[in-house]
Write a protein that binds this ligand. Sequence first.
Ligand code: ATP
Ligand code: MG
Length: 598
Amino acid sequence: MLLRMSTLFLRTLREDPADAEVPSHRLLVRAGYIRRVAPGIYSWLPLGKIMLENVSRIVREEMDRIGGQEVLFPALLPREFFELTGRWTEYGANVFRLKDRRGGDYLLGPTHEEMFTDLVKGEYSSYKDLPVILYQVQTKYRDEARPRAGILRGREFVMKDSYSFDLDEAGLAKSYELHRQAYVRMFARLGLDYVIVSAMSGAMGGSASEEFLAPAPTGEDSYVACRACGYAANVEAMRTSVPAAPSGEHPSVPAAPSGEHPPVTVLDTPATATIETLVDRLNSMSLGRVFSAADTLKNVVLKTRFPGQRDWEPLVVGVPGDREVDLKRLEAALAPAEVAVFEAEDFAAHPALVRGYIGPAALAEARIRYLVDPRVAPGTAWVTGADAPGRHVANLVVGRDFTPDGVIEAAEVRAGDPCPECGAAVSINRGIEIGHIFQLGYKYADAAGLDVLGPDGKPTRVIMGSYGVGVSRAIAAVAEQSHDEKGLRWPRGIAPLDVHIVATGKDEAVFSSAEQIAVELERAGLRVLLDDRRATSPGVKFNDSELLGMPTILVVGRGLATGVVELRDRASGRVTQVGLAEAVPRVVAACRVADATG
Ligand code: ATP
Ligand code: MG
């Protein structure tokens, strides 16, 4: 491939687009890879389109290597398939719905579990047909609440989705492992730095699930990592580690013989609607011990609603007073239900809830759903609201004095929290979700009645996995990880072209030499971009070459008079003078070395 800047459909921009907040968005637009059409909807220009093809090719090669077979579904899908699993409703506002001329309901596929399940059900009938892995590289549609950062979170985007069909759990575990290995190879070839973290099963329903996250400060996902034992989890899936049996050692349990707590006492605590004022007040009351925020039980009121439900329902989440409720964790725990803040008018409709002094007693009485953090474990004692203005209760023991409706992982996770595996302090980092592998189990097979005849002649339910890669998002993720203030710095595997030849000056010899080198490099199998523009200044050309980000830049200019050209490595910035005769083999070698490792 040989592209010439004089004719390439490309106009780089000097200014950042006004709506761009993150580097990948800024640079991909400025460098002319993508152009915005509407929020979260982008067109791919020639260099961007080449990248999309590069990523797709690598993804396909690794899927084929594990025996995946490619198919292609339409994006426009009739409602009935999604009715069967309840997802027509469950998807809520996230799905684009439309009607045909006869009034029939359709949607633009946000993901394709239902379609693949139905396809396999139609074609296969015997245990001898399994296992099978099917995949597609296809455009998906999601009406994201917050489309963001260009192609990082689009409303139209390209995904590789694959689905495995097996006879039993052991088979599923194998298909899952194959995908894991395929992803490891894919992301390495794309030049992505990534971590594999435990993930929530979310709306999909199922068991084992892991995400591939590309660490980047601009990532929307947070994950915990433990350096001591290697545990890594999306913050949404982080399990709170609770000290074993309640005893005087638990921070919220005052030292009392054999974990016994004094009876509940009501305290007069005027004007203590915040945790801070409450703790100050407690410590000024000579109660015989020092209190901290972690000794108080904060009851946070929210409201939730299941997709398809009309009315919101109040929900109270009890967390230790030194922690906030993390809305993302809460949403993940309650998915597919939505969560919203409890507004003043909601409080007005629930007079039993005394703001700032809410306690378990009123919640039980009003039958308001009450879920608590795992640290609020049976046998632990707390200071919490007494359901009356200016009053709290102390020594309120879980299991003895109140029983919550359940436990929920929704409290914020902090750096330094104990690792659930080994107890060491975890760190918190940000990342971009680039892939997700998921043991679905029987959810979709159950909904569709996907059985095959087993060896014993009896119908056997098929067990499934689903696996996604953000193909378009991967380009943005690489850009987030590989750029500098001047522009993009593509790793070789994903780069649209291998080498960018910059011809500078007015001398005709420069242009003919550059042209000759370009042709030879192309003949050697490299993908070449040649800046052959005549009226463009060297400064502009250099800036463009740095903005566009090809891994190798070859400058043919003034040095040519003495038989030298300049080889620049975009990633390291290293510059080498090379004799004209060596130019072609040197560039080929630079590109090949990286090929072998990538
Ligand atoms: P997110 O949590 O980022 O919304 P998700 O968990 O909903 O993603 P999946 O359903 O697991 O996404 O989709 C598989 C892959 O598709 C993701 O790992 C991600 O790389 C990609 N992806 C999902 N949503 C988008 C989007 N709006 N734009 C671009 N890529 C996306
Ligand atoms: Mg996901």
